[in-house]
Ligand binder design. Structure first.
Ligand code: IPM
Ligand code: MG
Length: 359
């Protein structure tokens, strides 16, 4: 088969890690007889420098005409002083909204070989950890009305952002969470702040109704977000699938990734209706180490695996990528982020070469 992939290397370490991911994708194509037609396009800081806009129309057009989008990372200190609406990060929000990618899947997995890397005690993560955070991605406060305006004389300026959810938005994200749980551990924990927020009360009620009507076999729990933040470090193994709003998911997914000890290893998928999706590592553009060939490309490589599985329906090929990454670790190889200072590690390009060779 021939597949069309839009590739957005982005800023910072983005281009380096994307190179390695494409190496691995090429190898999969060669081995399994697929051709991946990759078109590189600009978004984020690189696009601001080249076109003045963080998300050029051409980029959106190429993405919409593709089967899937692969993204490295966007942003960096060079663009930090731009006004909010013009920052590289806007490109990410714009891509999600324009491409209708309302569901963000962020797995937090402890790789057996890397159990030592977790900052949690072995007794807490013993036997492994495998949580899937399902974050709502195109609604809530990140897309609500907002304004900065003069208040009263006493107040000075005031600024506000609206958290708003419709039943439709909650239903479609809850459905994804229940469907995922049915294929995994059979448990969903819905996280909200229903003791304070109206939007959370509607969220909780909508999730409960869908559960009763369509997914009675799934175990559903509800948790306030502050408690969830605590439970993630206290007893992370109680979680299977966590479903939550855009802002809570943003925060909890960073926390969950850190308890695995290896944010450089975690991929993500952003999905909407149909099979189309955007795939990117969970980490950012790490400008401090850009251009040194020391970034860990594994999260981006595993994102390729998620793309093969969720968008292209190539489960065997996705398994091959995950196995190659595991074999790389089992062989004792480590990237710079996984070793103590002074210890030997594989460079970005060596890591890509070794993993591609293991496919
Ligand atoms: C993420 C990032 C983005 C988000 C930023 C860069 C807009 O933190 O993907 O989690 O908040 O969604
Ligand atoms: Mg985030």
């Amino acid at each position: 088969m021939n597949y069309k992939i839009a590739v957005i290397p982005g800023d910072g370490i983005g281009p380096e890690i994307m190179n390695e991911a494409l190496k691995v994708l090429d190898k999969v194509g060669e081995k399994y007889g697929h051709s991946f037609e990759c078109t590189k396009v600009l978004a984020g800081g690189a696009a601001i420098d080249a076109t003045g806009k963080s998300l050029p129309q051409e980029t959106l057009d190429v993405c919409k005409a593709s089967d899937a989008v692969m993204l490295g990372a966007v942003g960096g200190p060079k663009w930090d002083n731009l006004p909010g609406g013009e920052r590289p990060e806007r490109a990410l929000l714009g891509l999600r909204k324009e491409l209708g990618l309302y569901a963000n899947l962020r797995p937090a997995i402890v790789f057996d070989e890397l159990a030592d890397a977790s900052p949690l005690k072995p007794s807490i993560i013993d036997g492994g950890l495998d949580i899937l955070i399902v974050r709502e991605l195109t609604g809530g406060i990140y897309f609500g009305e907002r304004k900065t305006e003069p208040g009263t004389e006493e107040e000075g300026m005031v600024a506000w952002d609206v958290e708003k959810y419709s039943e439709m938005e909650v239903k479609r994200i809850a459905k994804i969470a229940f469907d995922m749980a049915a294929k995994r551990g059979g448990k969903v924990c819905s996280v909200d702040k229903a003791n304070v927020l109206d939007s959370s009360r509607l969220w909780r009620k909508t999730v409960a109704e869908m559960h009763a009507a369509d997914y009675p076999e799934i175990e559903l729990a509800n948790m306030y977000v502050d408690n969830a933040a605590m439970q993630l470090v206290r007893g992370p193994k109680q979680f299977d699938v966590i479903v939550t709003s855009n802002i809570f998911g943003d925060i909890l997914s960073d926390e969950a990734s850190q308890i695995t000890g290896s944010i450089g290893m975690l991929p993500s998928a952003s999905l909407g209706e149909g099979n189309f999706g955007m795939y990117e590592p969970i980490h950012g553009s790490a400008p401090d180490i850009a251009g040194q060939n020391i970034a860990n490309p594994i999260a981006t490589i595993l994102s390729v695996g998620m793309m093969l599985r969720y968008t292209l329906g190539l489960g065997e090929e996705a398994d091959a990528i995950e196995k190659a990454v595991n074999d790389f670790l089992k062989a004792g190889h480590r990237t710079a982020d996984l070793v103590a200072p002074g210890e030997e590690f594989k460079s970005t390009s060596e890591t890509g070469d070794l993993i591609a060779a293991l496919i």
